[in-house]
Design a protein around this ligand. Structure first.
Ligand SMILES: [Zn+2]
Length: 368
């Protein structure tokens, strides 16, 4: 059994690497109550109880803490804790308060408030695998109990990992390993669920886009690709948004990128280039356009699957290929001005697509 703690003693304990680490709780003399190993202060006058046992069958987890710690951060808790406690709801001199929330969320919030959680790993690496484990429960509790300081403390980690600007998204993508080696440290389905639980709209376009290029499965994921998302976390509404969003992305790629660039190039071929072509003499048609058109038709045939599956990444890749020309024979026949025009068309398409994501996934109809 763990030694009883006072409020000051907890500071000497090692910080937990992640809030999701084992509870290591012990059973009290009251067999129904599982005392938390860390959040059990003998000088606390409140015992928060949560878990399936509060509503019927199963264990009840207990957290003995200080009402002032909760009341200082939450006007909701402040009012709740001022309510008189019936005599039968007292235990060892402390008032018991039952919460209907997940006991893991309660545990993770209290461990954060009492400084048992090491947040340094979150600041070091974008999309760290521990981030969601650490922040999800406290963020859900903060949204429900109006804990503004907790929301302000943790939300930036989520908005950094799931950026709302295409530039930040592409910059992060550039730091990833090639697709076939890519790990999926944060499940986009969990992010979609969390963002809706805490009413954080800003991260949803990125999270839904990540979902759109994921394999939806229920864990475990043996013998499956790395980019799996847990379908059991998604509601029917989420799945419908995803399905319609995927269709619209596909239509955008074929109509507004593939066909549109082809049409623009064909027009230039007929009318003469309206770009700063270095190979054009007098009013003659630029010779670059025919080469660019040939290059684009071949690339579309080669990359169509990738363009539809992950257009942001693929368009950026093709944009950089056309800009540099490399060893491609058709591109080496073209000038820098025409390649620059074509490269900008492709990168502008990624920004246009990003701007359409809220509409494609119908995020405006969310009730917050
Ligand atoms: Zn040219």
């Amino acid at each position: 059994m763990s030694a009883p703690q006072t409020r000051s003693a907890h500071a000497k304990k090692r910080k937990l690497a992640a809030a999701g680490s084992s509870v290591d709780s012990v059973r009290s003399s009251d067999a129904a109550l599982v005392r938390d190993e860390h959040i059990w202060f003998e000088d606390g006058f409140i015992i928060i109880r949560a878990g399936p046992g509060c509503a019927g069958e199963g264990p009840v987890y207990g957290f003995r803490c200080h009402g002032s710690v909760l009341a200082a951060r939450s006007p909701v808790f402040k009012i709740m804790l001022q309510l008189p406690t019936p005599a039968h709801e007292r235990l060892e001199g402390a008032s018991c308060v039952n919460l209907p929330d997940s006991w893991e969320d309660v545990r993770d919030l209290l461990r954060l408030l009492y400084d048992f959680v090491d947040l340094t790993c979150l600041g070091q690496k974008q999309r760290h695998s521990d981030t969601l484990k650490i922040i999800s429960g406290p963020l859900r509790m903060a949204a429900k109990y109006d804990m503004e300081s907790v929301t302000k403390q943790l939300t930036p980690f989520l908005t950094r990992d799931w950026p709302s600007s295409p530039g930040d998204w592409l910059e992060f993508e550039g730091t990833l390993e090639p697709a076939w080696e890519r790990q999926r440290p944060q499940d986009p389905a969990a992010v979609v669920r969390l963002a809706q639980d805490v009413r954080l709209r800003a991260v949803l376009p990125a999270a839904f886009y990540e979902l759109s290029r994921s394999f939806l499965r229920r864990p475990p994921y043996q013998d499956l690709p790395d980019n799996c998302a847990d379908s059991s976390l998604l509601t029917r509404d989420d799945l419908e948004r995803l399905a319609v969003g995927r269709e619209r992305i596909q239509r955008f790629v074929t109509r507004d990128v593939v066909q549109s660039l082809r049409r623009e190039l064909e027009l230039y071929q007929i009318d003469g280039a309206d770009v700063l072509c270095e190979n054009m003499t007098g009013r003659a048609k630029t010779p670059c356009i025919a080469h660019l058109l040939g290059w684009w038709n071949i690339r579309v045939a080669m990359y169509m699957e990738e363009l539809v599956h992950d257009p942001l990444r693929t368009l950026e890749l093709l944009s950089s290929k056309v800009r540099s020309a490399g060893s491609d024979q058709a591109l080496r026949e073209t000038c820098g001005g025409c390649r620059g025009w074509c490269s900008r068309f492709l990168i502008d398409s990624t920004f246009s697509l990003w701007g359409e994501l809220p509409k494609f996934f119908e995020l405006d109809s969310l009730p917050f």
